[in-house]
Ligand binder design. Structure first.
Ligand code: PGA
Length: 251
């Protein structure tokens, strides 16, 4: 059994103070969650978020990590810097970083390997654009992102994979539960062939892209979908909590 994991991706939202207030609001609402709960906050919010999360069942995540342990990389943040504040997860290769900040499968791979060797759990994002989906290239793109981006990982079950079709992110256009399930099933098969079938059974694969309180239960009911990476809906405590409680709709 794979334990579900619901992670909020705040992106570039919330100052440290606003973030701490949001965490205070989320904490009591998710204290009885039956899944892993994570908030991935902007780097500068991390100290305040770590303080606010103390004693809670919510884990702290970052949104990026550099691959070098230290050095002349202006503007970057190392795994040790994150770890000092108790960060456990880190999003790597989000499509916004691939699109706007020159992230490639190669840099995704380097960051992922560095995060793993530092003991962080990478949430590695993969997914196709609308053009790629409509051109029938979804599987080809996912194959490349898995083969290149995850190259050299010893134990693939130590990462979380987030399948985020780029056309569904922040657009209000969610993949249907069936579409998401089918593509995540494909990803799992690919992971089985590139790594090992047993690890593929163990690795958690989230869906991300306009997941919200209204569609979380039907997405999460799908056998291949092990969680969600939530952008917009993670910025409001009741909405995020409702997603965390995907298993008790209407109760
Ligand atoms: P969204 O973002 O939920 O706002 O679509 C998801 C993500 O980009 O991780």
């Amino acid at each position: 059994m794979r334990r579900p994991i619901i992670a909020g991706n705040w992106k570039m939202n919330n100052t440290a103070k606003e973030g701490a207030a949001l965490i205070e609001a989320i904490k009591p609402l998710v204290a009885d969650a039956n899944c892993d709960v994570v908030v991935c906050v902007p780097a500068i919010d991390i100290p305040a978020a770590a303080e606010a999360l103390k004693g809670s069942n919510i884990a702290l995540g970052a949104q990026n990590v550099h691959f070098a342990p230290k050095g002349a990389y202006t503007g970057e943040i190392s795994a040790d810097m994150l770890k000092e504040y108790g960060v456990e997860y880190v999003i790597i290769g989000h499509s916004e970083r691939r699109q706007y900040f020159g992230e490639t499968d190669e840099t995704v791979n380097k960051r992922t390997l560095a995060a793993l060797s530092a003991g962080l759990t990478p949430i590695v994002c993969i997914g196709e654009t609308l053009e790629e989906r409509e051109g029938g290239k979804t599987e080809q793109v996912l194959d490349r992102q898995i083969e290149e981006g995850m190259k050299g990982i010893d134990d693939i079950s130590k990462i979380v994979i987030a399948y985020e079709p780029v056309w569904a992110i922040g657009t209000g256009r969610t993949a249907t539960a069936e579409q998401a399930n089918e593509t995540i099933g494909y990803i799992r098969k690919k992971v089985a062939s590139v790594f090992c079938p047993k690890c593929a059974e163990k690795v958690r694969i989230q869906y991300g892209g306009s997941m919200n309180a209204g569609n979380a239960a039907s997405l999460m009911a799908m056998p291949e979908i092990d969680g969600g990476l939530i952008g917009g809906a993670s910025l409001k405590a009741p909405d995020f909590a409702a997603i965390v409680h995907f298993d008790r709709e209407g109760k």
